[in-house]
Design a protein around this ligand. Structure first.
Ligand SMILES: [Zn+2]
Length: 265
């Protein structure tokens, strides 16, 4: 009888665990964390600056101004969801797009995800604080699925309209972290994105490269961190000239960069 009771208890616990789903605990954590931030936002009067408080009537939430695209470099969407719900990984992104085109949202757009790490674009340094991170399920060596790109385009369209994100500010992780990151990989269809208004593409028809044109300095004007020139060139090539795996700027690159400069500066 005792054994039967123990068995029933174990089965009961297992059933309860199964019915709660794998993310019940992390969803609960998210809710608690979000609630603690909302308490900070609602604090009245503000008393942490030693000043006199007079509440203004004109304010809104700070909204994201960049979108950073990544590939997960993991084996499956499930694996990525697990990584982003495990505290020790310390990483996350706002959205994860699976090979099927299914999109997971992991936190509010207004909150700061940990996806870009040490990064820079132009004079903007804390990219995590002003961007939306989108991770696309991809092992890093394969093309992206049509379903993924379709879902991505729909998501970008919504984000661009909702937050009025400039066309120039749709970038890859490699763009903002040269030498440290190479995602999204060289199969990523940046030209197609540009055709839909997310980032720019070049047109070298009738482009004349000016005498003494400094392509590396032009990359800096566009936004690349050129502290390490070879790394900056690698990041630029991954995005705009993916067939070329060298880190040398050629005549073709000078034409591409001249064209890009017009659009990005
Ligand atoms: Zn990344």
């Amino acid at each position: 009888m005792k054994k039967f009771v123990v068995l029933c208890t174990i089965v009961g616990l297992l059933l309860a665990a199964c019915s709660r789903g794998p993310y019940t605990a992390t969803n609960k954590f998210y809710k608690k964390q979000a609630k603690s931030y909302s308490k900070i936002l609602a604090t009245y009067p503000l008393n942490d600056s030693g000043t006199t408080f007079v509440g203004t009537v004109n304010f809104t939430m700070r909204a994201p101004n960049f979108v950073i695209i990544h590939h997960t470099a993991q084996g499956s969407c499930e694996q990525t969801l697990k990584t982003f719900t495990t505290p020790v990984s310390k990483v996350s992104s706002h959205y994860v797009i699976c090979k099927s085109g299914e999109v997971y949202q992991m936190l509010n757009d207004m909150l700061r995800a940990h996806h870009a790490g040490v990064s820079r674009w132009g004079t903007t340094t804390d990219i995590n604080s002003c961007s939306i991170g989108i991770e696309i399920d991809n092992n890093g060596r394969e093309p992206f699925t049509e379903a993924q790109i379709n879902s991505l385009l729909q998501l970008l369209d919504r984000l661009k309209k909702k937050y009025n994100i400039p066309t120039t500010n749709f970038l890859g992780h490699a763009d903002v972290a040269p030498g440290r990151k190479v995602d999204p990989n060289r199969y990523f269809p940046w030209q197609k994105l540009a055709e839909h208004g997310f980032g720019y593409w070049y047109d070298t028809t009738n482009v004349e490269v000016k005498e003494g044109f400094d392509a590396l300095m032009a990359l800096r004007t566009i936004g690349y961190n050129i502290a390490n020139p070879r790394s900056a060139i690698q990041s630029y090539k991954i995005h705009f000239n993916p067939q070329d795996t060298t880190t040398v700027l050629t005549e073709t690159d000078a034409k591409i960069i001249t064209s890009l400069l017009e659009r990005y500066k």
